[in-house]
Write a protein that binds this ligand. Structure first.
Ligand code: NDP
Ligand code: 2IT
Length: 448
């Protein structure tokens, strides 16, 4: 979207200058600021309070050395990050990503997005994100444990149940959260809900594992309903085959859709009969192998090398659930040409700006990440509540709360898009609704 407001253009230029060489962070900031023009015009008080200048600057950025020893006894070193972005409405909250691509730009874009996403959940959580350029692929269980322990040995002094509560993200699931939780408890000598996504026997919440994928489908279902559509009988593409992708596939199938493709960072599978999700779970969750193993069992399915090819398969609905910028302008155009009507984001920022322009120009229903994938962190919020009251709720109770939250997130996006003159633009609606709550809190708390 072209930005016209002179104040926003100037702020963006200053932000770009201050954060040179951080393309993902600038991309996320540009997207949000480009949709805030109508709010800024109506709310000069927020500009006067310096809310925008402050909201694009993280409150605190921590970068640290993570030394660990591999199975051959050789010293290894990675870089750890925690960016505590915004605590206006609650303790910093957000996942930890272990992937070789991790750098400060990626952690800052994720922390920035998290601030607005967490605001949309209706729960009192600020925004934060962390991670490391450690590559978990091909590492033994012992190496993963030693890495997680070393990472937490440093991180533990910066986090706390009422201060900053990390969770999982790419490369960090229940196994890694378990090792980090154990190390925190040992060093700090206290049992508190300092991480979410924990295992069920030690304070984890039922339905947290399913929450991001299920939540994505709950949100998408609301968006479809509001536009006279449904999942029933639709052909769906789900990229990725990790935590978010697997449970998005499960719920979309439950809603009557047929998921025909999934992927990992090496390639994608196409099964015209519909994905056999039990097999995908076995390959990815149990055996931790590559998605191409799928065609050894289903010999009539196809495997293709490369990630982008998945978007060339004709579909009604695309659910990108792998990583940032996985759909570019070219892939978006192919999706549209093949009749895709809906793109709803499980991953964080999976669509490039050119891809988003293509959706909006072609009337594709677009569910933006910070709203559509907020079910994961919302359920993390429910895990924090359960830990605080020292209770655990049933799967059904948590799932019902999650469903209610996703409905209210869709309504907030829809209402804001209408109030600010952009009906059906849920990206603008999500940014505006998420922003206003944080901005009001920041203004009320003074220039801190
Ligand atoms: P997982 O590690 O469980 O799965 C990630 C999946 O994406 C894997 O299939 C992985 O393939 C693939 N992938 C990762 N990086 C790339 C890449 N550079 N190119 C292509 N494929 C890639 O992570 P999650 O499922 O938890 O996370 C997926 C996305 O959802 C991320 O964007 C994350 O930020 C977002 N998200 C996660 C939430 C959660 O609760 N977990 C909540 C909200 C958003 P491979 O195995 O080959 O690496
Ligand atoms: O991007 C995200 O929202 C997550 N990775 C989940 C964060 C959380 O704290 O559960």
């Amino acid at each position: 979207m072209a930005i016209k407001n002179a104040y926003i253009l100037d702020l963006l230029a200053r932000t770009e200058k201050r954060n040179a060489n951080e393309p993902e962070f600038i991309q996320a900031v540009t997207e949000v600021l480009s949709t805030l023009e109508p709010v800024i015009e109506q709310r000069p008080d927020l500009v006067e309070a310096g809310v925008l200048e402050r909201i694009v600057e993280p409150e605190r950025q921590i970068i640290f050395r993570v030394p660990w020893t591999d199975d051959n006894g050789k010293p290894q070193v990675n870089r750890g990050y925690r960016v505590q972005f915004n605590s206006a409405i609650g303790p910093y909250k957000g996942g930890v990503r272990f992937h070789p691509s991790v750098n400060l730009s990626i952690i800052k874009f994720l922390g920035f997005e998290q601030t607005f996403k967490n605001s949309l959940t209706t729960l009192p959580m600020g925004g934060g994100k962390g991670g490391s350029d450690f590559d978990p692929r091909g590492k033994s269980d012992g190496e993963i444990m030693r890495f997680c322990q070393s990472f937490m040995t440093e991180l533990c002094r910066h986090i706390g149940a009422d201060l900053d509560v990390p969770a999982g993200d790419i490369g960090v699931g229940a196994r890694e959260v378990g090792y980090m939780f154990g190390q925190y408890k040992r060093i700090r000598n206290e049992w508190v809900g300092v991480l979410t996504g924990k295992g069920i026997p030690y304070g984890g919440s039922l339905a947290r594992k399913q929450a991001t994928g299920y939540g994505l489908c709950y949100f998408t279902n609301e968006m479809l309903k509001a536009n006279g559509m449904s999942f029933e009988g639709k052909t769906v593409l789900v990229s990725g085959s990790g935590n978010v992708a697997i449970y998005a596939c499960e719920k979309a199938t439950e809603y009557g859709a047929k998921v025909v493709a999934m992927s990992d960072s090496n390639g994608y599978i196409y099964d015209k009969n519909g994905i056999d999700l039990d097999l995908v779970k076995q390959i990815k969750e149990v055996e931790r192998k590559r998605i191409k193993e799928y065609v050894n069992v289903h010999t009539d399915a196809e495997y293709h090398e490369g990630c982008a090819g998945i978007w060339t398969i004709p579909c009604d609905i695309a659910l990108p659930c792998a990583t940032q910028n996985e759909i570019n302008g070219e892939s978006a155009s192919i999706l549209v040409k093949n009749g895709c009507k809906v793109v709803s984001e499980g991953a964080n920022m999976p669509s490039t700006p050119e891809a988003i322009d293509t959706y909006l120009a072609n009337g594709v229903l677009y569910g933006p990440a910070k709203a559509a994938n907020a079910g994961g962190v919302a359920t993390s919020g429910l895990e924090m509540s359960q830990n605080s009251i020292r209770m655990s709720w049933s799967f059904e109770e948590v799932d019902e709360k999650l469903h209610g939250i996703m409905k209210s997130i869709f309504k907030a996006c829809d209402d804001a898009s209408k109030t600010y003159g952009m009906p059906g633009n849920y990206m603008a609606g999500a940014n505006i609704a998420g922003f206003i709550k944080v901005a009001e809190a920041m203004k009320a708390q003074g220039n801190v």
